[in-house]
Design a protein around this ligand. Structure first.
Ligand code: FMN
Length: 260
Protein backbone atom coordinates (compact mmCIF):
# COMPACT_ATOMS: atom_id res chain seq x y z
CA UNK A 1 0.00 0.00 0.00
CA UNK A 2 2.84 2.41 0.86
CA UNK A 3 4.71 1.55 -2.33
CA UNK A 4 1.59 2.18 -4.37
CA UNK A 5 0.99 5.67 -2.89
CA UNK A 6 4.65 6.66 -3.46
CA UNK A 7 4.30 5.65 -7.09
CA UNK A 8 1.07 7.56 -7.44
CA UNK A 9 2.62 10.68 -5.96
CA UNK A 10 5.67 10.35 -8.23
CA UNK A 11 3.41 9.97 -11.24
CA UNK A 12 1.42 12.96 -10.24
CA UNK A 13 4.59 15.01 -9.82
CA UNK A 14 5.84 13.93 -13.23
CA UNK A 15 2.48 14.82 -14.73
CA UNK A 16 2.56 18.22 -13.10
CA UNK A 17 6.11 18.75 -14.34
CA UNK A 18 5.18 17.75 -17.89
CA UNK A 19 2.06 19.92 -17.82
CA UNK A 20 3.98 22.91 -16.60
CA UNK A 21 6.73 22.34 -19.18
CA UNK A 22 4.14 22.09 -21.96
CA UNK A 23 2.36 25.18 -20.83
CA UNK A 24 5.69 27.02 -20.63
CA UNK A 25 6.54 25.97 -24.19
CA UNK A 26 3.14 26.84 -25.62
CA UNK A 27 2.99 30.33 -24.00
CA UNK A 28 3.47 32.91 -26.82
CA UNK A 29 3.12 36.59 -25.98
CA UNK A 30 1.83 37.35 -29.51
CA UNK A 31 -1.03 34.89 -29.10
CA UNK A 32 -1.80 35.58 -25.51
CA UNK A 33 -4.91 37.60 -26.50
CA UNK A 34 -4.12 40.16 -23.85
CA UNK A 35 -1.60 42.10 -25.89
CA UNK A 36 -2.57 45.67 -26.29
CA UNK A 37 -2.00 47.75 -29.39
CA UNK A 38 0.85 49.42 -27.61
CA UNK A 39 2.56 46.09 -27.02
CA UNK A 40 2.17 45.14 -30.69
CA UNK A 41 3.56 48.47 -31.73
CA UNK A 42 6.40 48.01 -29.30
CA UNK A 43 7.25 44.65 -30.76
CA UNK A 44 6.96 45.85 -34.34
CA UNK A 45 8.97 48.92 -33.76
CA UNK A 46 11.52 47.13 -31.61
CA UNK A 47 12.11 43.65 -33.01
CA UNK A 48 15.18 43.10 -30.83
CA UNK A 49 12.93 43.11 -27.82
CA UNK A 50 10.66 40.39 -29.25
CA UNK A 51 12.34 37.73 -27.13
CA UNK A 52 11.54 39.51 -23.94
CA UNK A 53 9.21 37.81 -21.57
CA UNK A 54 5.79 39.46 -20.99
CA UNK A 55 7.05 40.59 -17.63
CA UNK A 56 10.11 42.08 -19.27
CA UNK A 57 8.00 43.69 -22.03
CA UNK A 58 5.57 45.14 -19.59
CA UNK A 59 8.43 46.29 -17.43
CA UNK A 60 10.08 47.85 -20.45
CA UNK A 61 6.81 49.35 -21.50
CA UNK A 62 6.10 50.76 -18.11
CA UNK A 63 9.61 52.11 -18.14
CA UNK A 64 8.92 53.57 -21.58
CA UNK A 65 5.55 54.95 -20.51
CA UNK A 66 7.16 56.29 -17.40
CA UNK A 67 9.95 57.84 -19.41
CA UNK A 68 7.41 59.16 -21.92
CA UNK A 69 5.36 60.58 -19.08
CA UNK A 70 8.40 62.09 -17.49
CA UNK A 71 9.46 63.42 -20.91
CA UNK A 72 5.99 64.89 -21.32
CA UNK A 73 6.10 66.25 -17.82
CA UNK A 74 9.55 67.61 -18.51
CA UNK A 75 8.35 69.16 -21.75
CA UNK A 76 5.30 70.51 -19.94
CA UNK A 77 7.61 71.87 -17.30
CA UNK A 78 9.95 73.28 -19.88
CA UNK A 79 6.96 74.77 -21.70
CA UNK A 80 5.82 76.24 -18.44
CA UNK A 81 9.30 77.44 -17.66
CA UNK A 82 9.78 78.83 -21.12
CA UNK A 83 6.37 80.50 -21.03
CA UNK A 84 7.26 81.85 -17.61
CA UNK A 85 10.58 82.95 -19.01
CA UNK A 86 8.76 84.49 -21.96
CA UNK A 87 6.41 86.21 -19.57
CA UNK A 88 9.38 87.39 -17.57
CA UNK A 89 11.16 88.40 -20.75
CA UNK A 90 8.17 90.29 -22.07
CA UNK A 91 7.54 91.86 -18.68
CA UNK A 92 11.18 92.86 -18.47
CA UNK A 93 10.86 94.11 -22.05
CA UNK A 94 7.87 96.12 -20.95
CA UNK A 95 9.81 97.43 -18.01
CA UNK A 96 12.65 98.25 -20.35
CA UNK A 97 10.22 99.93 -22.71
CA UNK A 98 8.66 101.82 -19.86
CA UNK A 99 11.98 102.88 -18.49
CA UNK A 100 13.60 103.56 -21.86
CA UNK A 101 10.65 105.59 -23.10
CA UNK A 102 11.04 109.31 -22.85
CA UNK A 103 8.75 110.79 -20.25
CA UNK A 104 5.67 112.20 -21.96
CA UNK A 105 5.98 115.86 -22.74
CA UNK A 106 3.65 117.94 -20.64
CA UNK A 107 0.60 119.03 -22.59
CA UNK A 108 0.99 122.69 -23.48
CA UNK A 109 -1.71 124.95 -22.13
CA UNK A 110 -0.60 127.98 -24.11
CA UNK A 111 -1.28 128.62 -27.77
CA UNK A 112 -0.02 131.48 -29.91
CA UNK A 113 -2.12 131.56 -33.07
CA UNK A 114 -2.11 134.25 -35.73
CA UNK A 115 -3.06 135.31 -39.23
CA UNK A 116 -0.63 137.40 -41.26
CA UNK A 117 -0.88 138.51 -44.87
CA UNK A 118 2.39 140.39 -45.41
CA UNK A 119 4.47 138.95 -42.55
CA UNK A 120 4.46 141.72 -39.94
CA UNK A 121 2.13 139.96 -37.51
CA UNK A 122 4.02 136.69 -38.07
CA UNK A 123 7.22 138.30 -36.77
CA UNK A 124 5.43 139.71 -33.75
CA UNK A 125 3.85 136.33 -33.03
CA UNK A 126 7.25 134.62 -33.13
CA UNK A 127 8.64 137.16 -30.68
CA UNK A 128 5.67 136.82 -28.34
CA UNK A 129 5.90 133.03 -28.53
CA UNK A 130 9.48 133.24 -27.26
CA UNK A 131 8.19 135.06 -24.21
CA UNK A 132 5.18 132.91 -23.37
CA UNK A 133 6.16 129.48 -24.77
CA UNK A 134 3.51 126.90 -25.68
CA UNK A 135 2.44 126.06 -29.23
CA UNK A 136 2.66 128.32 -32.27
CA UNK A 137 0.15 128.00 -35.10
CA UNK A 138 -0.55 130.07 -38.24
CA UNK A 139 -4.05 130.56 -39.61
CA UNK A 140 -3.70 130.19 -43.39
CA UNK A 141 -6.58 131.00 -45.77
CA UNK A 142 -7.64 128.14 -48.02
CA UNK A 143 -7.91 130.65 -50.86
CA UNK A 144 -4.80 132.84 -50.63
CA UNK A 145 -5.19 136.60 -50.91
CA UNK A 146 -3.33 138.27 -53.77
CA UNK A 147 0.21 139.06 -52.71
CA UNK A 148 1.02 142.50 -51.31
CA UNK A 149 -0.85 145.13 -49.38
CA UNK A 150 -2.68 146.89 -52.26
CA UNK A 151 -3.74 143.70 -54.06
CA UNK A 152 -5.48 142.40 -50.92
CA UNK A 153 -7.54 145.55 -50.29
CA UNK A 154 -10.41 144.80 -52.67
CA UNK A 155 -10.97 141.13 -51.83
CA UNK A 156 -10.72 141.93 -48.12
CA UNK A 157 -13.26 144.78 -48.45
CA UNK A 158 -15.60 142.46 -50.35
CA UNK A 159 -15.38 139.81 -47.62
CA UNK A 160 -16.18 142.38 -44.97
CA UNK A 161 -19.18 143.73 -46.92
CA UNK A 162 -20.52 140.21 -47.36
CA UNK A 163 -19.80 139.23 -43.74
CA UNK A 164 -17.92 136.26 -45.22
CA UNK A 165 -16.27 133.40 -43.35
CA UNK A 166 -13.21 132.55 -45.46
CA UNK A 167 -12.17 128.92 -45.05
CA UNK A 168 -9.00 128.02 -43.17
CA UNK A 169 -6.46 125.67 -44.73
CA UNK A 170 -5.54 122.78 -42.38
CA UNK A 171 -7.10 124.39 -39.33
CA UNK A 172 -5.84 123.52 -35.86
CA UNK A 173 -7.51 120.27 -34.84
CA UNK A 174 -8.51 121.25 -31.33
CA UNK A 175 -8.00 124.03 -28.85
CA UNK A 176 -9.37 122.00 -25.92
CA UNK A 177 -6.06 121.67 -24.11
CA UNK A 178 -5.29 125.39 -24.13
CA UNK A 179 -6.16 127.71 -21.30
CA UNK A 180 -4.57 130.86 -22.67
CA UNK A 181 -4.72 131.64 -26.39
CA UNK A 182 -2.80 134.59 -27.83
CA UNK A 183 -4.57 135.67 -31.02
CA UNK A 184 -2.66 137.83 -33.51
CA UNK A 185 -3.90 139.56 -36.70
CA UNK A 186 -3.41 142.66 -38.87
CA UNK A 187 -6.03 145.37 -38.62
CA UNK A 188 -8.10 145.31 -41.79
CA UNK A 189 -10.60 148.07 -42.32
CA UNK A 190 -10.46 149.06 -38.68
CA UNK A 191 -11.06 145.57 -37.20
CA UNK A 192 -10.17 141.86 -37.48
CA UNK A 193 -9.88 140.21 -40.90
CA UNK A 194 -12.95 138.07 -41.57
CA UNK A 195 -10.90 134.86 -41.29
CA UNK A 196 -10.55 135.61 -37.56
CA UNK A 197 -14.34 135.27 -37.30
CA UNK A 198 -14.04 131.90 -39.04
CA UNK A 199 -11.55 130.85 -36.38
CA UNK A 200 -13.60 132.14 -33.45
CA UNK A 201 -16.74 130.38 -34.71
CA UNK A 202 -14.97 127.05 -35.22
CA UNK A 203 -14.15 126.23 -31.58
CA UNK A 204 -15.52 126.45 -28.08
CA UNK A 205 -13.65 129.12 -26.14
CA UNK A 206 -15.75 128.89 -22.99
CA UNK A 207 -13.69 129.36 -19.85
CA UNK A 208 -10.52 130.20 -21.74
CA UNK A 209 -8.59 133.46 -21.99
CA UNK A 210 -8.06 134.92 -25.44
CA UNK A 211 -5.38 137.63 -25.54
CA UNK A 212 -5.51 139.76 -28.73
CA UNK A 213 -2.50 141.38 -30.32
CA UNK A 214 -2.36 143.15 -33.68
CA UNK A 215 -0.32 145.19 -36.14
CA UNK A 216 -1.61 148.01 -38.35
CA UNK A 217 -0.67 150.92 -40.55
CA UNK A 218 -1.84 153.35 -37.86
CA UNK A 219 -5.31 152.41 -36.63
CA UNK A 220 -5.75 151.31 -33.00
CA UNK A 221 -6.82 147.85 -31.80
CA UNK A 222 -9.96 148.89 -29.86
CA UNK A 223 -12.71 147.99 -32.31
CA UNK A 224 -11.20 144.59 -33.09
CA UNK A 225 -11.15 143.63 -29.39
CA UNK A 226 -14.80 144.64 -29.03
CA UNK A 227 -15.67 142.50 -32.05
CA UNK A 228 -13.82 139.52 -30.58
CA UNK A 229 -15.57 139.93 -27.22
CA UNK A 230 -19.01 139.95 -28.80
CA UNK A 231 -18.12 136.83 -30.79
CA UNK A 232 -17.03 134.82 -27.69
CA UNK A 233 -18.94 136.30 -24.75
CA UNK A 234 -18.11 133.45 -22.31
CA UNK A 235 -14.40 134.00 -22.71
CA UNK A 236 -12.11 136.35 -20.88
CA UNK A 237 -10.67 138.79 -23.42
CA UNK A 238 -8.30 141.34 -21.87
CA UNK A 239 -7.48 144.61 -23.64
CA UNK A 240 -5.16 143.68 -26.46
CA UNK A 241 -1.98 145.29 -27.65
CA UNK A 242 -1.39 146.99 -30.98
CA UNK A 243 2.27 146.18 -31.45
CA UNK A 244 4.32 149.00 -32.89
CA UNK A 245 7.45 147.88 -31.13
CA UNK A 246 8.26 144.43 -29.77
CA UNK A 247 9.75 146.01 -26.65
CA UNK A 248 6.25 146.87 -25.51
CA UNK A 249 5.14 143.22 -25.40
CA UNK A 250 6.86 142.01 -22.21
CA UNK A 251 5.63 144.91 -20.00
CA UNK A 252 2.11 144.44 -21.34
CA UNK A 253 2.16 140.69 -20.55
CA UNK A 254 3.58 141.41 -17.08
CA UNK A 255 0.82 143.92 -16.46
CA UNK A 256 -1.74 141.28 -17.39
CA UNK A 257 0.00 138.83 -15.04
CA UNK A 258 0.66 136.41 -17.89
CA UNK A 259 4.44 136.40 -17.50
CA UNK A 260 6.70 137.37 -14.59
C1 FMN B 1 -6.88 144.65 -46.68
C2 FMN B 1 -6.11 145.53 -45.75
C3 FMN B 1 -6.77 146.43 -44.95
C4 FMN B 1 -6.05 147.20 -44.06
N1 FMN B 1 -6.74 148.08 -43.24
C5 FMN B 1 -6.04 148.84 -42.37
C6 FMN B 1 -6.73 149.73 -41.51
O1 FMN B 1 -7.94 149.83 -41.50
N2 FMN B 1 -6.00 150.46 -40.65
C7 FMN B 1 -4.64 150.39 -40.61
O2 FMN B 1 -4.02 151.08 -39.83
N3 FMN B 1 -3.97 149.54 -41.42
C8 FMN B 1 -4.65 148.77 -42.29
N4 FMN B 1 -3.98 147.88 -43.10
C9 FMN B 1 -2.51 147.74 -42.94
C10 FMN B 1 -2.18 146.54 -42.12
O3 FMN B 1 -2.94 146.49 -40.95
C11 FMN B 1 -0.72 146.51 -41.76
O4 FMN B 1 0.07 146.63 -42.86
C12 FMN B 1 -0.36 145.23 -40.97
O5 FMN B 1 0.79 145.45 -40.23
C13 FMN B 1 -0.16 144.06 -41.88
O6 FMN B 1 0.08 142.91 -41.12
P1 FMN B 1 0.56 141.59 -41.81
O7 FMN B 1 1.87 141.84 -42.51
O8 FMN B 1 0.74 140.60 -40.70
O9 FMN B 1 -0.50 141.17 -42.79
C14 FMN B 1 -4.66 147.12 -44.00
C15 FMN B 1 -4.01 146.24 -44.83
C16 FMN B 1 -4.73 145.44 -45.73
C17 FMN B 1 -4.00 144.50 -46.60
Amino acid sequence: MKKHSVKTISLLLVLILITSLLSACSSDPGNSGTASGTETETQESAPSEASSTPEEVSADESAEVASEESAEAASDESTEVSSEENAQDSSSENTEKQTSEEPAEPVSKVLVIYFSHTGTTREVAAYLHELVGGDLFEIVPLKPYPEGYSAALDPAKKEQRENARPAIKDPIESIDQYEVIYLGYPIWWGTVPMIIHTFLESYDFTGKTVVPFATSGGTGIGQSVEDIRSEIPDTEVPDGLLVRNNEAIAPWLQELGLIQ
